[in-house]
Design a protein around this ligand. Structure first.
Ligand SMILES: Cc1cc2nc3c(=O)[nH]c(=O)nc-3n(C[C@H](O)[C@H](O)[C@H](O)COP(=O)(O)OP(=O)(O)OC[C@H]3O[C@@H](n4cnc5c(N)ncnc54)[C@H](O)[C@@H]3O)c2cc1C
Length: 372
């Protein structure tokens, strides 16, 4: 039976970023992951490091996303130096395409209000078709314009996950794909975690099991009212450079494939694909980039987002089981740098970043909220 300072349950992007953040600060960490049969958003996502439009209802989320985006270049360099794996992170800015003047007006109005709510820290510009064409020469005629923000970018999420796993090991941490953790027990200030045939002890435990947190959270006095939300993504064969900056629904990878996404489907725990959804995604992509009409799609998949009722993250320390924490969000790529450099230090005992102080489950409890 082994003892650690921290056990992190879940080795997706959230758990791995936290584990690496703790390990790089000299803490002894162990990651326990369910393995291949689990739902794993980190292996099926789109790869945007995205700020534009985030935080409409809670502006501190915009600040949290911007903080992460600004920490990303340092994370990319650090991971490359340590592991030799590049995440292909780039921050060339990003665009959200609009297909009608009404869409342009709505987009401008919502981004204006976000910019005001952040006292101008979130910045954007609206581009008409001709301005957009300078950035994307092959843009389709049906695209009226776009919103553009220099704070956006993208990365390869699979390389990011691989780099984080490798970096955890390099910093002396351990990673076990041991099957699902079913039981967490705290006694005399120490947690005992059972995972398959393994039993480990730790002074602190971090629940970062994505949708798996639903069953684990109550065991340490926390709540995780998470729901799955499916997104489908199509990938083309490698093509010549068509997109030098990512859009909300289209991005070109470092290897040349075009990723097309993404749907938002309320279908429970079904992570399959549907022809009508894929057809809609492909048609929208061809409207944006007509050159894609003759390009072959080589792969498609569905994956489940880890969604809270309001879509914002959940970061919380347990009051009844001191030393237990939960972390989940639906932007694990964007937020990876903040999770490494700002969330992990809080879990290790530093002051909590001010941007995330309201992201506890109490916001979903109407009685508590109104009686405060
Ligand atoms: C289609 C789609 C597109 C997306 N696009 C983007 C994007 O462009 N940019 C962005 O920032 N984010 C994006 N996301 C969101 C992003 O993928 C998630 O925020 C992120 O992957 C969540 O990571 P996670 O580690 O919390 O969850 P997961 O990746 O689901 O990982 C959870 C891990 O916990 C393990 N686990 C589960 N239960 C247990 C248990 N009981 N015991 C032990 N281990 C357990 C699983 O094996 C898994 O590895 C997208 C998501 C989807 C689905």
């Amino acid at each position: 039976m082994k003892s650690y300072e921290f056990v992190i349950i879940g080795g997706g992007l959230v758990g791995s970023a936290i584990a690496y953040g703790l390990a790089r600060a000299g803490h002894q960490v162990c990651v326990l992951d369910e393995g291949d049969i689990a739902f794993r958003a980190s292996r099926g996502n789109f790869g945007l490091v995205w700020v534009q439009g985030k935080g409409q209802e809670i502006p501190s989320y915009s600040d949290w996303s911007m903080s992460s985006a600004s920490l990303w270049p340092g994370l990319e360099d650090e991971l490359y130096e340590l592991t030799g794996i590049s995440t292909q992170h780039q921050a060339p800015g990003g665009v959200h395409l609009c297909y009608s003047m009404d869409e342009m007006r709505d987009r401008q109005s919502s981004l204006d209000s976000l910019s005001r709510a952040t006292q101008g820290r979130f910045q954007f510009e609206m581009l008409d078709h001709n301005q957009l064409r300078k950035l994307i020469p092959e843009i389709g005629e049906s695209v009226v314009g776009a919103s553009w923000s220099r704070q956006d970018g993208h990365a390869n999420p699979l390389y990011l996950l691989r780099a984080l796993h490798s970096a955890i090991l390099q910093q002396g941490g351990s990673y076990h794909a041991c099957g699902p953790v079913r039981k967490i027990h705290q006694e005399a200030g120490s947690f005992t975690v059972d995972c398959g045939q393994q039993r480990v002890h730790a002074a602190r435990v971090v629940l970062a099991a994505g949708l798996g947190n639903r069953k684990l959270a109550p065991q340490v006095g926390l709540e995780a009212a998470l729901v799955p939300n499916r997104g489908e993504i199509l990938v083309t064969e490698r093509v010549r450079p068509l997109l030098k900056l990512p859009t909300t629904y289209l991005r070109q990878t470092g290897e040349g494939s075009i990723l097309m996404g993404d749907s938002h489907e309320d279908v429970g725990f079904d992570d399959g694909t549907e022809t009508n959804v894929m057809s809609h995604i492909a048609q929208r992509a061809v409207a944006a980039l007509p050159a894609l009409a003759n390009t072959r799609v080589v792969r498609a998949w569905g994956a489940l987002r880890v969604m809270t009722p309001d879509g914002y993250p959940l970061y919380q320390a347990s009051e009844v089981h001191p030393g237990a924490f939960i972390a989940c969000c639906h932007s694990g790529v964007t937020l990876a740098a903040a999770h490494v450099k700002r969330l992990a230090p809080w879990i290790a005992g530093d002051t909590q970043p001010t941007e995330i102080s309201s992201f506890t489950s109490e916001r979903f409890n109407v009685q508590t909220a109104t009686s405060v």
